[in-house]
Design a protein around this ligand. Structure first.
Ligand code: SAM
Length: 406
């Protein structure tokens, strides 16, 4: 049966949603007043609060997602078509329906061959993913919003390493939660310091709340406001209610108590700020993937044989990484944590593949022995102060003997 009027088109749209044939709808040829808006892509999504129409407003430099209940969503499409958007296309498995308005507002509607025959499912469900992998790529709305997957659930070629890293990270966190005993708790809190675009933050939230069925609040801390706004908007669009992103620096973040502190590839001394925050907020677990070890590289003043070795720039750089992270591990031990240092992903995927982990214990701390190790290492490399040390012991510059400050 032909479709000739906008009312008939809207009625077909309504029907496609009821029969679950709706794949997506695009509104194009924008003639409204917002110079930056190009088009809107509308999909149906099954969220915790029910079926919604998810509108992705595609602007020149960003995308904004808003979800609407089905009826109001259809009303919005009806009001925009022919007034602000001169073209629409409804995608269903059997056919595409193309609507065009010309300059004199005359409507033409064409029924075309379907362009979406290979679509995996017309209405993605947030909560029906298989549990065989840590994080599934199919029907994963936030991974699509973050640009890791395409609409068919395929992993975007340039994001394959990132997807692998996400799953590896989830696997490691899961095992650390088990070994630290935190997994016994059904509710706990996590802070992700320097959360960036939130790839790992979203995945961790999803894994713990959706797949593992816990109630875990996750807060990302990020200094770049555009990323914070973007991540909060994606979190709202997928209804991750206990996931939020705060704008600010790691150093200035204030939380009284946090169960898990994470900092993945937070630059240079931002990792130390995160360790300090983790210790201060009495985290049971501190998980770090350090990068850019500039502070200690500048501090190292080797003497004797070590000086001959470290005159080669690359060796000094590698050594600075080892010394920085080795001392971090010792400061964690000094603060009552069991420290572990290991490679968390193969170096062929990223060279920033070292992980430093602190698991809080309640045994007596071997303070004197650890202090001696720190002192010896600092002396060996001619280091006056490690930045983390200055956070833990603000008077260290006045009185370099840590034993006096404890
Ligand atoms: C290399 S990205 C890593 C992002 C994310 N953790 C990941 O692994 O995908 C580091 C992020 O930390 C943020 N960052 C660096 N130093 C920070 C600080 N002191 N306070 C807050 N955010 C910081 C940067 O803006 C950047 O987005």
């Amino acid at each position: 049966m032909g479709i000739e009027t906008q009312a008939e088109f809207i009625s077909r749209l309504d029907e496609s949603l009821k029969t679950q044939e709706f794949v997506k709808l695009t509104l194009a040829k924008y003639r409204g007043t917002d110079a930056a808006l190009n088009r809107i892509v509308i999909r149906a999504v099954q969220l915790k609060s029910g079926l919604k129409l998810s509108f992705t407003y595609c602007y020149k430099t960003q995308e904004i997602v808003k979800n609407y209940l089905i009826e109001p969503g259809i009303e919005i499409i009806n009001s925009l078509l022919g007034s602000e958007f001169m073209s629409a296309r409804l995608f269903t498995p059997d056919q595409d329906i193309q609507v065009e308005y010309n300059k004199s507002k005359k409507i033409t509607i064409n029924l075309l061959k379907p362009s979406s025959t290979n679509l995996y499912k017309t209405i993605p469900q947030v909560h029906d993913r298989k549990k065989t992998r840590w994080i599934e790529s199919e029907n994963n709305l936030y991974l699509t919003a973050l640009g890791v997957t395409n609409e068919q659930g395929g992993i975007v070629k340039s994001m394959e390493d990132k997807f692998r890293q996400i799953n590896k990270f989830i696997e490691i966190v899961h095992s650390l939660l088990e070994s630290s005993g935190l997994n016994q708790k059904s509710e706990f809190s996590i802070v992700d310091m320097g959360s960036g675009k939130g790839y790992l933050t979203f995945a961790l939230y999803d894994f713990l709340n959706t797949i593992s069925d816990k109630r875990v609040s996750v807060t990302g801390i990020e200094s770049r406001k555009n990323l914070v706004d973007f991540c909060n908007q994606v979190a709202a669009s997928v209804e991750f209610e206990q996931l939020r992103f705060d704008h600010g620096t790691i150093k200035d973040h204030r939380t009284e108590a946090t169960d898990v502190t994470i900092a993945l590839h937070a630059c240079d001394t931002a990792t130390d700020d995160a360790i300090y925050q983790g210790i201060r907020s009495k985290s049971s677990l501190i998980i770090l993937a350090p990068c850019c070890h500039k502070q200690i590289r500048k501090e190292i003043q080797p003497s004797g044989r070590l000086k001959e070795l470290l005159k080669f720039g690359i060796l000094l750089e590698r050594q600075a990484e080892i010394v920085t992270d080795g001392l971090r591990a010792l400061f964690l031990e000094l603060s009552g944590y069991d420290a572990k240092v290991f490679e968390f992903i193969s170096p062929e995927h990223t060279s920033k593949n070292l992980m430093v982990v602190g698991v809080k214990h309640d045994r007596a701390i071997e303070t004197a022995a650890i202090l001696q190790q720190i002192k010896d290492l600092k002396n060996l490399y001619g280091i006056k102060v490690h930045y983390l040390e200055s956070l833990l012991f603000p008077d260290v510059l006045l009185s370099p003997n840590l034993a006096d400050l404890i």
